[in-house]
Design a protein. Structure first.
Length: 128
């Protein structure tokens, strides 16, 4: 029986997978079955961590804003600042506020001081 030469399609598919996993260590970049498993695992992790990255950045921005607000010497906290910003209809998202807090603290104080004074006055005017 004569030998039949196989086509190039399967080899091309495996080569494409090897290119995807070429930076992995050991058998994860050499053996075809292991490459398939590691590719699936890598894509699942990438999909999951895209959402996780958004969560982590939001936490970082909140932490930065809170640190700058508390270091100002005024006994003021992040949640009250955000609440008063919304009440004052000053719509700045947390990313922009964090950038202002890091790069130019005076600008953040200029934004927050009138809101702090107005918010404290309204809270003290409420009957108990």
């Amino acid at each position: 029986m004569t030998r039949i030469r196989r086509g190039y399609i399967a080899r091309r598919r495996r080569t494409k997978m090897r290119l995807f996993t070429s930076s992995f260590r050991g058998a994860h970049s050499r053996l075809t079955r292991t490459i398939i498993q590691q590719k699936i695992r890598a894509l699942v992790s990438a999909h999951r961590n895209r959402d996780r990255k958004k969560r982590d950045f939001r936490r970082l921005w909140i932490t930065r804003i809170n640190a700058v607000i508390r270091s100002s010497g005024v006994s003021y906290i992040y949640s009250r600042l955000i609440h008063n910003l919304y009440k004052g209809q000053l719509l700045l998202n947390r990313k922009i506020l964090a950038q202002i807090a890091i790069s130019n603290r005076n600008c953040l104080y200029m934004i927050s001081n009138p809101i702090i004074k107005k918010g404290d006055w309204e809270e003290s005017a409420k009957p108990f």
